[in-house]
Design a protein around this ligand. Structure first.
Ligand SMILES: *[C@@H]1O[C@H](CO)[C@@H](O)[C@H](O)[C@H]1NC(C)=O
Ligand SMILES: *[C@@H]1O[C@H](CO)[C@@H](O)[C@H](O)[C@H]1NC(C)=O
Ligand SMILES: *[C@@H]1O[C@H](CO)[C@@H](O)[C@H](O)[C@H]1NC(C)=O
Ligand SMILES: *[C@@H]1O[C@H](CO)[C@@H](O)[C@H](O)[C@H]1NC(C)=O
Length: 188
């Protein structure tokens, strides 16, 4: 019967296509970023007396904490909402190019570590649009990496990583992060 070799040929084709797709997927190279940008953002935490210049606030705390002091131990259970200025250099008083808006929640029982979920919202001559960030943030590491999951406007469909570096940390109420953005997917 001539049917058998035909079926065999089809089967081999199918196998080959599965093999090449999965092979291509597995060996997908990271390559170089298609776009790299660096920013700073500044967070001034509300501590009960600085409402006028605070840019973030503890909005939720476990039963053993409150909204002006972090819970002990490890700030566990505290949820902080922020609307922080983004600048091109490390000066808090430089003209902002956008806002870092979102939240972090301390979610590790035995170490200082938060889960970040926020956006960079740009509305400046340099950039318009947004980038969305998500991921764990072991804050005691000098640098750590979070995912950039999507974007809009100038950053339409963007994906990549952000390397966060603690650039300043003062008295548990002001910190400044340097954010090195490396996009690995860019659309024109
Ligand atoms: C916030 O304002 C207070 C009181 O005016 C000031 O002492 C403090 O330095 C300010 N903090 C920052 C980070 O600018
Ligand atoms: C919050 O907790 C801290 C530490 O336990 C305490 O010193 C402070 O008075 C509390 N603040 C309020 C508003 O309850
Ligand atoms: C962006 O800035 C322009 C000019 O200042 C303003 O008209 C516009 O409403 C702003 N858009 C957003 C989304 O903030
Ligand atoms: C934290 O830093 C340590 C040592 O520098 C490194 O091995 C580890 O991968 C870092 N963790 C994260 C989540 O970035």
């Amino acid at each position: 019967m001539a049917v058998r070799p035909l079926i065999l040929a089809l089967f081999l084709c199918l196998l080959l296509s599965i093999f090449t797709t999965s092979h291509g997927y597995k060996t997908h190279r990271r390559g170089r970023p298609c776009k790299e940008l660096s920013f700073y953002f500044h967070d001034i935490l509300y501590k009960g007396h600085n409402k006028d210049n605070a840019t973030s606030a503890i909005v939720g705390a476990p039963d053993w904490g409150n909204r002006t002091e972090f819970a002990r131990p490890f700030d566990f259970g505290d949820l902080v909402v922020f609307d922080d200025p983004i600048t091109l250099d490390n000066n808090l008083h430089s003209t902002p190019v956008g806002r870092a808006q979102g939240m972090y929640v301390y979610d590790q029982l035995n170490a200082f570590s938060a889960w970040l979920s926020f956006s960079f919202v740009f509305n400046s001559t340099q950039h318009k649009g947004s980038l969305n960030f998500a991921g764990p943030d072991p804050i005691l590491n000098q640098t750590r990496i979070v995912s950039i999951t999507s974007g809009t406007g100038d950053f339409f469909m963007a994906r990549g990583i952000a390397i966060l570096t603690t650039d300043a940390y003062e008295g548990n109420y002001y910190f400044r992060l340097r954010v090195d953005i490396k996009l690995h997917e860019c659309w024109e």
